[in-house]
Design a protein around this ligand. Sequence first.
Ligand SMILES: C[S@@+](CC[C@H](N)C(=O)[O-])C[C@H]1O[C@@H](n2cnc3c(N)ncnc32)[C@H](O)[C@@H]1O
Length: 250
Amino acid sequence: MSHPADLEQRIKALAPWFHNIELNGIQTAPDHFLGDYPSFKWKGFRHLVPEDLRGRTVLDIGCNGGFYSLEMKRRRADLVVGVDSDPRCLAQARLAAEASGLDISFRQLSVYEIGALRQRFDFVIFMGVLYHLRHPLLALDLIHEHVVGDQLLCQSMLRGNTHVPEVASNYPFEEQAIFEQEGYPRMVFIEHNYAEDPTNWWVPNRSGMEAMLRSAGFRIVGQTDDEVYLCHREERPAMVEPPPRISFDA
Ligand SMILES: C[S@@+](CC[C@H](N)C(=O)[O-])C[C@H]1O[C@@H](n2cnc3c(N)ncnc32)[C@H](O)[C@@H]1O
């Protein structure tokens, strides 16, 4: 690894970092607006992730600066692959892995092209990406169809009512009050900006998130008080059509 001064230069050259990662004593984003992100978030849900990932493969979709990919390799996963659509994030992630002496493969790929990996993974991480997508349910469908072999760890920003009501499998056409019911599954479309970020497109409430996960074929087996879900892959509900085939270069 580079001399500390060189490393500091390389970290600075890739700024700004969204992930604060300590590399040889140097923090990549010491002034992060969320604090020590994502370390503080990770502390809240790391108990959901197996301590020992030996014998397992991991895919980190929307890996950003690589924080979770690094943690998965530290838990000794046999293979960790991180993908992101943003090449600068991938350059950060590669530097973080190199400086940490961890063997992780990073690829530039959109979640919509995830089938190009042509591989299922035992443990798939999909944290903080869903609400940045114009087609969030398509992304969950593609993730189910192509890459999750066993478990999915998913997080989305959630807003609105946190109550999760019982929802019937059908209502008559005349029923309208249900749409006003506290906690009825919902996702809000943001045409312009939220938190000064024009890439925040869709924000579900809690029951909306859970309904989408189930509908895409994921059974929720663990969750935290905030926004993180651990799911097992199962067959998609019978009435749900498979996602469209999206062509991509292998
Ligand atoms: C809010 S960050 C979350 C990063 C990390 N997963 C976490 O939880 O800290 C969203 C990440 O998703 C990536 N992203 C956005 N759209 C994507 C897409 N269509 N396919 C893959 N990655 C995408 C962004 O480049 C960014 O790195």
